[in-house]
Design a protein around this ligand. Structure first.
Ligand code: NAD
Ligand code: ZN
Ligand code: ZN
Length: 353
């Protein structure tokens, strides 16, 4: 069953939180009975991977760790219980690597809430390696007509923002503010929002991201948080009646915008928190939240159905995510740019370099 699989492979590994990252050779593992081994061709780099290496969150991680959870590749081996996926099929490793499929949440398809969920690139080794293991029940099924480099960012960023937009309840014709619009999640969020018939206000910083949002991704307006003198006023002014957006999708990596959203969201509006800045708290004025009847909620990746739906949007050609390809060996450079907030769109790593 297992053929032409090397014993050793290249991977990006860190031994302890805070780094350093080491690009080195590690052994290739064999899949268990309910698992597949995927030869990762391309992997997107999500800000979550940087949070993991920094040790930003109050959730223990595996160490040493291979990060990465936007891995697209080819199935090269499978366990004896795996019946519905074949060697040679294209498949994707996403954040939810596996779940128990039996708990109260799994029974209701809320797999991300499973207390036993395995997290790729966090509690199990992820896609910053050439050969990655995932539970067969959870790997994303990728049609062979989908390019593996371009689809990689859909496997976390795409699924997550698609789910978040659904959670917002925003309806076609309504306006959504996307906060952190120039980053990986934000750029894809604009594309899903447009495909779902929503109007977009993009919020981020700098001319490169502004141009990308307005000219490439379909935002109707852009508010620069770094130069705006009154962001709340500017966001409200970007809606036709001046009453603010119907929904806010927060994918920023700093705390302040999480505090600001309640001030500009429209009465009855919904604020969806997706970004997870280290140590951040939500703080909203009680008075305004009550008299505007605001909803503030969290949204966490997506289940298997959200995955296949998000991929279907992509396959139909309505989602174009801006991405740049560099070698797996260049992950540190990507993290440096990510820390500086200078990535417009997503970086995708080619595991052959
Ligand atoms: P990214 O670094 O690509 O993008 C973040 C963007 O936020 C940058 O463009 C940055 O300029 C912008 N930003 C920073 N401060 C801002 C402010 N005050 N106002 C507006 N924009 C601001 O990161 P990413 O990969 O898109 O991830 C974003 C966040 O989403 C991370 O915290 C990540 O961990 C989280 N995430 C959550 C889920 C989930 O399921 N909830 C899934 C994936 C990622
Ligand atoms: Zn992610
Ligand atoms: Zn479960």
């Amino acid at each position: 069953m297992v053929s032409q699989i090397p014993k050793m492979q290249w991977a990006q590994v860190f031994e302890k939180t805070g780094g350093p990252l080491e690009y080195k050779q590690i052994p290739v593992k064999q899949p268990g009975p309910d698992e597949v081994l995927i030869n990762i061709k391309f992997s997107g780099v999500c800000h979550t991977d940087l949070h993991a290496m920094n040790g930003d969150w109050p959730l223990a991680l595996k160490l040493p760790l291979v990060g990465g959870h936007e891995g697209a590749g080819v199935v090269v081996a499978k366990g004896e219980l795996v019946k519905d996926i074949e060697i040679g099929d294209h498949a994707g490793v996403k954040w939810i690597n596996g779940s128990c499929l039996a708990c109260d949440f799994c029974q209701q398809s809320d797999e991300p809430l499973c207390p036993h969920a395995l997290l790729s690139g966090y509690t199990v080794d992820g896609s910053f390696q050439q050969y990655c293991i995932a539970k067969a029940a959870h790997v994303a099924r990728l049609h062979k007509d989908i390019p593996l480099d371009a689809v990689a960012p859909v496997l976390c960023a795409g699924i997550t923002v698609y789910k978040g937009l659904k959670e917002s309840g925003a309806r076609p014709g309504q306006t959504v503010a996307i906060v952190g619009a120039g980053g990986g999640l934000g750029s894809i969020a604009q594309q899903y929002a447009r495909a779902m018939g929503l109007r977009v206000i993009a919020i981020d910083a700098g001319d490169e991201k502004k141009k990308m949002c307005l000219e490439q991704l379909g935002a109707e307006s852009f508010v620069d948080f770094s130069t705006s003198k009154d962001l709340v006023k500017d966001v409200k002014a970007a809606t036709e009646d001046g009453l603010g957006p119907h929904a806010v999708i927060l994918v920023a990596v700093t705390e302040k915008p999480f505090q600001q959203a309640a001030e500009y969201v429209r009465p009855r509006g919904v604020i969806v928190c997706i970004g997870m800045p280290a140590g951040a708290y939500l703080r909203a004025p009680v008075f305004e939240s009550v008299v505007k009847m605001i909803t503030i909620k969290g949204s966490y990746v997506g289940n298997r159905k959200d995955t296949s739906e998000a991929l279907d949007f992509y396959r139909r050609g309505v989602i174009k995510c801006p991405f740049k390809v560099v070698g797996l060996s260049e992950l540190k450079m990507v993290y440096d740019k990510m820390r500086a907030g200078t990535i417009a769109g997503r970086y995708v790593l080619d595991t052959s370099k």
